[in-house]
Design a protein around this ligand. Structure first.
Ligand SMILES: Nc1nc2c(ncn2[C@@H]2O[C@H](COP(=O)(O)OP(=O)(O)OP(=O)(O)O)[C@@H](O)[C@H]2O)c(=O)[nH]1
Ligand SMILES: [Mg+2]
Length: 365
């Protein structure tokens, strides 16, 4: 299996320009033909482009020099040299192109696109170019423009819709398998997942959802315990976080607090994202009455956990509906803000408060 690579330093070099040609027209009954040396072709560019088929940077070789082709030299009879072929380097969505010395982000592939990392050298002018009234037979031509090696750090920050966060062994990979067609490694020991797994939920409208399962997080991960927090960079751009907690061996509030603390120390903005709390492994509870009361107690505390068994599939549908609901809600709210004029908004407010009251009544009945 390919090792998952999310950061790679590579060297690139654009193609050199082709040299201009020195040549003179030679014809049978013509003593002095004019200069007819063509221009050299431009060198090829090195271009990064996105590919939807890639999920990692594992296909790129660290420190390898990726070179575009040189431009072809010009020829006699005013023939210009051909342009050297560009070198296209494909990268997954979410790849950032970084200058390794200044650490500046030169390009961020959040969507489809291309970035010219190194421009090919210009082709040199042939001697035909240098002909003037005073200099009818120039014996000079330009060399092609030189190019130099450049270094780029490619760093992948996945763009998934949903990211799982949980302690090792909580059942994140099992949940990924239950929700998607992904087939990650699952085992009854911590840190089974050593690099992120990606799955796609493709039967939900309006578009497939990308789900990222990352390695487990421990208390102190921000200080380097366990596998550390470096994998959280793949959660940075998700729209929704799912906290996965193993109900069997956890004090839910404590575990949730630790997880939140750790991710906060990585980036406080992560906590501003909408999230779902999933309590996994409910199949281990034989006493369903107790389980119900246990979960209800968390509801009272303001948490709204979704009890599931990633193993048997119980609760997975409820989780799917919650995912759809939360991900859609975000989009709807924004659209409403933009479109509704103030007067209508006031009217709507009145209406919504009314409907709210009636719905409360219904619940209490
Ligand atoms: N009974 C039961 N076992 C489960 C359930 N979900 C996961 N497991 C088991 O729990 C163990 C850990 O599952 P994983 O999915 O590998 O856990 P993980 O959170 O991905 O673990 P790391 O990759 O180490 O962080 C495995 O033995 C699973 O079979 C569940 O709903 N019920
Ligand atoms: Mg795992």
């Amino acid at each position: 299996m390919h090792k998952f690579v999310d950061e790679v330093l590579i060297r690139v070099q654009a193609g050199k320009g082709g040299a201009g040609e020195i040549s003179f027209l030679r014809e049978k009954f013509m003593e002095f033909g004019g200069p007819d040396g063509g221009d050299g072709g431009d060198g090829g560019d090195v271009i990064f482009t996105t590919s939807g088929q890639l999920l990692a940077l594992s296909h790129l070789r660290p420190a390898h020099l990726y070179k575009a082709r040189n431009g072809f030299p010009g020829e006699g009879s005013n023939c210009n040299g051909k342009k050297g072929a560009d070198l296209i380097i494909r990268v997954p969505y979410g790849t950032q192109v970084i200058d390794p010395t200044t650490h500046a982000i030169l390009h961020d592939f959040t969507e489809e696109g291309a970035y010219v990392a190194a421009k090919g050298g210009r082709g040199g002018k042939g001697n035909a170019f240098f002909k003037t009234a005073r200099r009818q037979a120039p014996r000079l031509a330009q060399p092609g423009e030189e190019t130099f090696e450049k270094e780029f750090l490619l760093s992948l920050k996945m763009i998934a819709d949903v990211g799982f966060v949980g302690f090792p062994n909580a059942g994140k990979s099992t949940l990924l398998k239950a929700l998607t067609k992904a087939n990650p490694k699952i085992a009854n020991y911590p840190f089974t997942t050593l690099s992120p797994n990606i799955g796609v939920i493709d039967d939900l409208a309006p578009r497939p959802l990308i789900v990222a399962d990352i390695p487990g997080i421990l208390e102190g991960a921000s200080k380097g315990y366990g596998l550390g927090l470096s994998f959280l960079k793949h959660i940075e751009r998700v729209r929704l976080i799912v906290f996965v907690i193993d109900l069997e061996n956890a004090f839910v509030e404590d575990e949730l607090k630790i997880l939140k603390n750790e991710i906060e120390s990585y980036s406080p903005e992560l906590l501003l994202k909408p999230s779902i709390l999933v309590l996994n492994k409910i199949d281990r509870f034989e006493d369903k009455k107790f389980l119900k009361a246990f979960i209800a107690s968390y509801k009272k505390q303001g948490l709204n956990p979704i009890p599931i068994s990633a193993h048997t599939g119980e609760g997975i549908d409820a989780l799917r509906s919650e995912l759809v609901k939360l991900l859609k809600l975000g989009a709807k709210k924004k659209a409403a803000k933009k479109k509704i004029p103030l007067k209508k908004k006031a009217l709507l407010k009145k209406k919504t408060t009314k409907t709210k009251r009636t719905s409360v009544k219904k619940v209490t009945k």
